[in-house]
Ligand binder design. Structure first.
Ligand code: RTP
Ligand code: MG
Length: 140
């Protein structure tokens, strides 16, 4: 299996409820190593660019407002098949459909306030990591 990196965000609903450590524990228990991490307040422009792919979707405006509504923790996770592994640990976008034991089943409040983001491909992971981190901030 290939060691890979993925980009993760602990979203405002989770930082607000002090769940950063509980979510990180799920990553670490399941073989993902946190090789970079910082708590930031995302700007409107950063959120709009980050979610640019969803620009035409009806939920875009609400999603951007939500992502700037409080601090987020941006992270780089490393491990075997990290992109797919993290998506599996996160669970379905809508917590109502998320499998037992997944982060969204455990913690998410709604389809929007769903506690975590994870890259959906290795290519997008590389782009998203570079958007938030300098190479020198990632220590594997
Ligand atoms: P993410 O990008 O945050 O990891 O989540 P995802 O791939 O599971 O979901 P995606 O389809 O990429 O949607 C991005 C985020 O937009 C919010 N959303 N709201 N109100 C709605 O119907 C709706 N649908 C999606 C969620 O915060 C979702 O994670
Ligand atoms: Mg997505």
């Amino acid at each position: 299996m290939a060691t890979e990196r993925t980009f993760s965000i602990i979203k405002p609903d989770a930082t607000r409820r002090n769940l950063t450590g509980a979510i990180n524990a799920v990553f670490e228990k399941n073989g993902l190593r946190i090789v970079a991490q910082k708590r930031i307040q995302m700007s409107q422009a950063q959120a709009e660019t980050f979610y640019g792919v969803h620009h035409e979707r009806p939920f875009f405006k609400d999603l951007v407002s939500f992502m700037v509504s409080g601090p987020v923790v941006v992270q780089v996770l490393e491990g075997d098949n990290a992109v797919a592994k993290n998506r599996e640990l996160m669970g379905a976008t809508n917590p109502a459909n998320a499998a037992e034991g997944t982060i969204r089943k455990l913690f998410a409040e709604s389809i929007e306030a769903n506690s975590v983001h994870g890259s959906d491909s290795p290519e997008n992971a590389a782009t998203e990591i570079a958007y938030f981190f300098a190479g020198s901030e990632i220590v594997g």
